[in-house]
Ligand binder design. Structure first.
Ligand code: CIR
Length: 260
């Protein structure tokens, strides 16, 4: 169960956020704001208390708060984003994270280590970490060491074709995992009940489990049906403007239970 979530409103500068898909066009800011409000309502519907941070114009990608930290059942780990334009976002989150975690339970990934939260997938007390263009070997080494010091464990999953690990694979509890593309055959995930994401709906591999609901991006009917067939209550949220910046549902929040 999660009790809390943190989100940050998108800033106007988001239209200049990092993207690997410029052909999709720039986001429509007004529509992005509306979609963000719908997203907050969806989170609230699952029973969590949502902390809404103000837009931060200094960082175009700052609405993607997931990348700035990994908040676990025993500690908070402040990340060190691999994207240089995003590096400062992690410390911007610190005052808020301090409201929920005691100082001695806050840990830090430090340069030359890099790690973005989008590369971290939680399965109970184990954390799979994607080694990506954003998360490097030293970042993973520090991360696993921190996890082990805090009674948790972690392991590396190399990835080739997607931005972050959770761009392509997401755990939705009860041993169920949404898998797409390069993750379908990964030995790391062989013991899970895999729900296959068709190639033409690959974006919808990024769904989030929230307290027995699964939030699914709107417009991906095959994935929606497969998640319903797996027994979940589905909430649809349109994230079309965030897709233009390689962002999905998980990127837009930190989901956790406060330690204080
Ligand atoms: C970026 O490239 O960093 C942003 N435009 C998108 C970040 C998406 N975050 C995530 O998958 N956790």
């Amino acid at each position: 169960m999660f009790k809390n979530a943190i989100v940050r409103k998108p800033c106007k500068a988001m239209i200049d956020g990092i993207t690997s898909a410029p052909e999709l066009g720039k986001p429509d800011y007004e529509l992005a704001v509306k979609q963000h409000e719908d997203y907050i309502r969806a989170l609230e519907q699952t029973g969590v208390k949502v902390t809404i941070l103000p837009a931060n114009e200094d960082y175009p990608d700052s609405c993607f708060v997931e990348d700035t930290a990994v908040l676990t059942r025993t500690c908070a780990i402040i990340s060190n984003p691999g994207a240089l334009s995003r590096r400062g976002e992690a410390k911007e989150m610190l005052p808020t994270i301090r409201e929920f975690f005691p100082e001695d339970k806050i840990e830090y990934i430090q340069s030359p280590g890099t790690l973005e939260g989008g590369d971290v997938m939680m399965v109970g007390d184990h954390f799979y970490v994607g080694r990506s263009a954003r998360t490097n070997e030293e970042g993973i080494r520090q991360f696993v060491e921190i996890l082990e010091r805090n009674g948790l464990s972690g392991s590396e999953v190399p990835l080739e074709f997607v931005l972050h690990l959770k761009t392509g694979v997401n755990y939705i509890e009860n041993n169920n995992m949404l898998v797409s593309g390069e993750f379908v055959e990964k030995p790391d995930f062989k013991d899970f009940n895999k729900i296959l994401i068709p190639e033409d709906e690959a974006y919808a591999a990024n769904c989030i489990w929230m307290n027995d609901f699964v939030i699914v991006p709107a417009g991906y009917p095959v994935v929606e049906q497969r998640v319903r067939d797996a027994g979940y209550e589905v909430i649809l949220v349109d994230t079309s403007e965030y897709k233009k910046l390689d962002g999905g549902l998980s990127c837009l929040s930190l989901r956790f239970s406060a330690l204080k």
